[in-house]
Ligand binder design. Structure first.
Ligand code: ADP
Ligand code: MG
Length: 241
């Protein structure tokens, strides 16, 4: 996919959190966004998801400018699958209903059609045994896999992940990362904010390093991890690896 960001700025209560972000990526399959906490990664991802408006600047995805006007933003959001760090599922609904509800309510599928789509996805990812369970009856890893399945249910053109494994115990992390890997193998384009450097390095083809509201460094993942150029990235990698 393509991603072009021009003069993007965002402040909260007078505090600038993204400072004049500019980048033009012509082709990537999986983009990893890395960087220290508080640097602005989630804010950027939420703008790409249409969940937050920039104060200034533009984002183009695959050549199309995201239109942040109220009506169009609503339509745009419906076409994108997003998975956050935690609390993705409706706690009072079963796994199955967590997938079918947005399909019927937001996307206006019939109940029958929604169920067919949901069962197909649950089956594909060996999650059918959990279909009648509510989130509290599932492990964090299982919940996140249901959340990923739900993000896939709308056939979005690409997927956005914001630290989908950071709330999980280490032994549950790999089951979610394995699922993401499977999506990559099936040619799903994605943008992933992550602290899993091994995954970013092996499974993502391009990396943005964001710190203090700026893109400090970016490049093919092989290069970023092997030959970091800036002191900021070197220090960050030393600390996290
Ligand atoms: P990261 O995901 O890299 O940890 P964030 O994008 O979440 O960083 O946050 C960047 C900065 O913006 C932080 O200082 C955070 O406290 C602030 N921030 C993010 N969202 C809001 C908000 N809705 N209101 C006020 N401040 C916010
Ligand atoms: Mg974040």
């Amino acid at each position: 996919m393509k991603l072009k960001i021009s003069n993007l700025e965002k402040a909260f209560a007078g505090k600038t959190v993204l400072k004049d972000i500019n980048i033009d990526l012509e082709h990537f399959r999986s983009l990893a966004i890395i960087g220290p906490s508080g640097g602005g990664k989630s804010t950027l991802l939420r703008m790409i998801a249409g969940l937050q408006r920039p104060d200034r600047g533009e984002i183009h995805i695959n050549g199309e400018r995201i239109d942040y006007s109220e009506t169009l933003l609503h339509e745009y959001r419906k076409t994108i699958g997003v998975v956050f760090q935690s609390y993705n599922l409706f706690p009072h609904l079963t796994a199955l209903d967590n997938i079918t509800l947005p399909l019927t309510v937001v996307h206006k599928f019939s109940k029958e059609k929604a169920k067919i789509i949901a069962l197909d996805l649950l089956d594909r990812f060996q999650l059918k045994v959990h279909m009648d369970k509510k989130p509290h009856q599932l492990s964090g890893g299982q919940q996140q896999r249901i959340a990923v399945a739900r993000a896939l249910s709308i056939e979005s053109r690409f997927l956005l992940f914001d630290e989908p494994t950071s709330a999980l115990d280490p032994e549950l992390t790999s089951e979610v990362l394995d699922m993401i890997k499977e999506l990559q193998e099936q040619d799903k384009d994605l943008i992933l904010v992550t602290h899993e450097m091994g995954f970013a390095r092996q499974s993502c083809d391009y990396v943005l390093f964001i710190a203090d509201g700026q893109i400090i460094e970016h490049g093919p993942s092989a290069k970023i991890f092997k030959e970091p150029q800036t002191l900021e990235l070197k220090n960050f990698l030393n600390k996290i690896l």
